[in-house]
Design a protein around this ligand. Structure first.
Ligand SMILES: [Zn+2]
Length: 633
C-alpha cells in the first residue's frame, strides 16, 4: 500500500497541473520561454507530475486549484495499480540543460532496496528541443571493465569511453538502471523516471559549486552498479516509447487521437511535448503543460500538438519453457531477462504426448495465478524443445529424446492459456538467450555449440537467428568431422557429435582408463567405469594425470577441428560453448583458444583476427531465458 498520504476528498475531475520548479546552476531560459513561471531567473527542472515532498505539483484548474495533487488525489483517482506500490513510483519532469549535467548512474531496484532502502531508477527522455550538435552521453561505446572505468575517472578521460549521441526533437531515449549517462548542454527533455533520489556521480567536469566546492562523487558505488556492456537502445513498438516495471509511456498526436481514457487500473498523465495548441477536456493547453486524468476518466483533445501519455501499468512479463528429455522447466521472466518465478515437473514418458503438453499448460496457468497475473499481462510464451521443431508451424515434427511425433505444441498451448506462443528448437532458443541476456550481447555473428549428451548447434548471423528451411538447419553436431568415422546417433558416421559430445568424451575416458589401470581417473570414479562422467578426464588432467591429459588433448583437438570449420564457413565474432561441459570454463576454453590460434589462418597465408571463444553465461537457465527471448523483437 502507498505510504504517501492520499487525500480523502471526493473523486476528482481532469485537471491541469502547476509544476514545482528548481533553479539548479546548470539550468537555462527555455522553460520560462515555454511559459512556466518561477521566482528564479532560470529554470533547470519543472516537476510536472510529482508526489515528492521536495517539490509536489499543484492543481492549476477546477475547485481544488492551488492545492497539492498529492493531498487531493484519492486511491480511487490513482487506480488499482498505483495504490499497490510502496511509494508513488514515478516523477515526470521537464529539464533544460544550459550546461552539461554530471556523468552519473542510477542503481537497479534490486541493489537499491538491498543497500539503500529505496527504489532504484530507470528513466527515459523525450527530446523537446536541442541546439545544433547538442547531445547526450548514454552507456559505453564498447564493452569495458571496472578497472578501465576507474582509471579513466582518475585521468579525467571518462567521457572518451562514453557513447555520445547527437539528439533531435522528437527522439526518445531509454536509460535502464545501471546505464551511465549525462544530459549535455543545449538539450531540453521531458523526463519520466522512477521516483528515487539515488544518483551515483562518476564525474562532474571538475566544476565548483557556488561555495567553491566540488560536488561529491560516488565512484565506489557507481562501479558496483554500472552496466559495462556496450550501449544498446531498446526497441519499443509504436506508439510505445518506453516501459519499465512501473510505467508505460506512449507518444500521440492530439489532432489524431482526440479521446484519451484512463483505465480503472491507473490514472494517466498527459504532457504536451510538441508545438501546438487547443483544449483538453475544455482546458486550454500549450507546449509543456501536464494534465492529470483520474482513473476511469476520459478526456477529449480539441487542437494540435504531440503529447506523451504515461500510465502506471507494470511492464509485461514473458514465460520461458525449456523442454528436456527428463523434465520440463519454466519460469516467469522480466523483459530484461530476470527470472521471477519458477516451476518444473518430470516428463512421464508413459503418458501420451498430448497429456504432457496439457500438464505444461496447467503449470503455466498456475504460475499466473500464483503471481496474480492475467494473460493480458504476459507478452507471450516461448518454448524451446529438443528435436526437429518447425517454428513457423509451431509443431514438433519429431523429437528423438522425447519420442514425440507431429505434435502441434503451439496450438495446444495457445488454446489452453489464451497467450501468444512461440516455439523453436532448444539450441536455437539458447543462442537467442545468450545474445539477448548472456555472453553474446555485443555480437552480430555467433555460433553456439551445446556440449551435452549430443552436440546442439545454434546460429545467429547478421543480427538474426538463422534456422534454415523448415527450421531444420544449424545441426552443427552432425557435420562430418571424420570420414567413415564413429557411428553417430543420427545413423551416419563420423559426425562432430560422435567425437565432441559428453557421451563421446565419456567413452574415450573409459577406454583410456582400461588401458591405464594406474590412472587417477579410477579413484575419481569410485573404481567403476559406470561412474565416469564428462568431468572425470578434465578434473584428473588438472591433477597432472598423463592418461587424463591425453583424453583432454584429443577432445580439444576434435572440438578445435570442428570449430575451425565453423569459423571458416561463418566467420563469427564469437563461438559460445554451452551444455554440461561448459562448466569447465577456462579448462575448456583456454586450450581450445590455443589450438585455434595455432591452426587458424586466412586464405593466402594471412592470419585472420581471432574469434572469441566464450562459455555460456546463462548456464542452466539458457534454455528458459532463450525461449522467453523468442518473444522479444
Ligand atoms: Zn550425426
Amino acid at each position: 500500500m502507498l505510504v504517501f498520504e492520499a487525500g480523502t476528498t471526493s473523486k476528482m475531475d481532469i485537471v491541469k497541473l502547476t509544476p514545482a520548479t528548481k533553479d539548479y546552476l546548470w539550468g537555462g531560459h527555455k522553460l520560462k520561454a515555454m511559459g512556466i513561471s518561477a521566482p528564479s531567473e532560470k529554470i533547470a527542472e519543472a516537476w510536472e507530475l510529482s508526489f515528492n515532498q521536495d517539490g509536489p505539483s499543484l492543481i492549476a484548474t477546477g475547485p481544488d486549484q492551488g492545492k497539492r495533487l498529492m493531498d487531493v488525489a484519492t486511491e480511487k483517482d490513482l487506480g488499482s495499480i498505483p495504490s499497490s506500490f510502496r511509494f508513488f513510483p514515478v516523477l515526470i519532469k521537464l529539464i533544460d540543460a544550459a550546461e552539461n549535467l554530471s556523468v552519473q548512474v542510477h542503481p537497479s531496484d534490486e541493489y537499491a532496496l538491498k543497500n539503500e532502502g529505496q527504489y532504484g531508477k530507470t528513466e527515459m527522455w523525450y527530446v523537446i528541443a536541442s541546439e545544433p550538435h547538442a547531445g547526450l552521453y548514454i552507456g559505453f561505446k564498447k564493452k569495458t571493465s571496472p578497472k578501465e572505468v576507474e582509471a579513466a575517472i582518475a585521468a579525467g578521460s571518462i567521457t572518451d569511453l562514453l557513447n555520445f549521441v547527437e539528439v533531435h526533437p522528437g527522439e526518445t531515449y531509454f536509460i535502464k538502471a545501471g546505464t551511465v549517462h549525462a544530459i549535455g548542454r543545449g538539450v531540453t527533455v521531458m523526463e519520466i523516471q522512477q521516483n528515487s533520489t539515488l544518483t551515483y556521480r562518476l564525474f562532474d567536469y571538475d566544476r565548483l559549486d557556488k561555495d567553491g566546492n566540488k560536488r561529491e562523487l560516488h565512484i565506489a558505488k557507481a562501479l558496483q552498479v554500472l552496466d559495462y556492456g556496450p550501449y544498446r537502445q531498446p526497441h519499443f513498438k509504436k506508439p510505445l516509447i518506453g516501459c519499465s516495471s512501473y510505467f508505460v509511456s506512449s507518444l500521440g498526436e492530439a489532432a489524431k487521437d482526440k479521446i484519451i481514457a484512463a483505465t480503472d487500473r491507473s490514472f494517466a498523465s498527459i504532457t504536451i511535448v510538441g508545438e501546438g495548441k487547443g483544449t483538453f477536456s475544455n482546458i486550454p493547453y500549450r507546449l509543456g503543460d501536464t494534465f492529470f486524468v483520474p482513473s476511469g476518466h476520459v478526456g477529449e483533445f480539441k487542437g494540435t500538438g504531440r503529447y506523451v501519455k504515461t500510465e502506471l501499468l507494470p511492464e509485461k512479463r514473458l514465460i520461458g519453457i525449456d523442454i528436456g528429455g527428463t523434465s520440463i522447466k519454466g519460469a516467469l521472466v522480466s523483459t530484461e531477462g530476470k527470472i521471477l518465478s519458477r516451476f518444473a515437473f518430470p516428463v512421464d514418458h508413459a503418458k501420451p504426448q498430448e497429456a504432457i503438453i496439457e500438464e505444461l499448460a496447467r503449470s503455466i496457468n498456475e504460475v499466473l495465478n500464483k503471481n496474480s497475473l492475467w494473460p493480458i499481462d504476459i507478452l507471450g510464451i516461448g518454448i524451446g524443445c529438443p528435436g526437429s521443431i518447425n517454428s513457423k508451424t509451431g509443431r514438433c515434427d519429431y523429437s528423438n529424446n522425447l519420442q514425440w511425433k507431429d505434435l502441434p505444441i503451439r496450438k495446444l498451448i495457445q488454446k489452453r492459456t489464451g497467450i501468444k506462443t512461440r516455439i523453436a528448437n532448444d539450441a536455437n532458443a539458447a543462442i537467442l538467450g545468450e545474445v539477448r541476456f548472456g555472453a553474446a550481447r555485443e555480437f552480430e555473428n555467433v555460433v553456439l555449440l551445446t556440449l551435452g549428451t549430443g552436440v546442439g548447434g545454434g546460429l545467429y548471423l547478421n543480427g538474426r537467428l538463422y534456422e534454415g528451411k523448415d527450421s531444420k538447419g544449424a545441426e552443427l553436431g552432425h557435420a562430418t568431422l571424420v570420414m567413415d568415422g564413429r557411428l553417430c546417433t543420427c545413423g551416419r558416421k563420423g559426425c562432430v557429435e560422435a567425437y565432441c559430445s559428453v557421451s563421446a568424451l565419456i567413452k574415450d575416458t573409459q577406454e583410456a582408463m582400461e588401458q591405464d589401470r594406474g590412472s587417477l581417473m579410477w579413484a575419481s570414479s569410485k573404481n567403476n567405469l559406470k561412474f565416469v562422467d564428462g568431468l572425470t578426464a578434465f578434473e584428473c588432467a588438472k591433477r597432472c594425470d598423463g592418461s587424463a591429459q591425453k583424453v583432454v588433448d584429443r577432445y580439444i583437438k576434435y572440438l578445435g577441428e570442428a570449430c575451425l570449420s565453423y569459423i571458416n564457413i561463418f566467420r563469427p565474432d564469437a563461438i559460445i560453448l554451452g551444455g554440461g561441459l561448459s562448466g569447465q570454463k577456462e579448462a575448456l576454453t583456454s586450450p581450445l583458444r590455443k589450438y585455434l590460434e595455432k591452426e587458424q589462418f586466412g586464405f593466402g597465408g594471412e592470419r585472420s583476427p581471432a574469434v572469441e571463444i566464450l562459455v555460456s553465461k546463462l548456464g542452466n537457465d539458457a534454455g528458459i531465458l532463450g525461449a522467453a527471448a523468442l518473444l522479444l523483437p
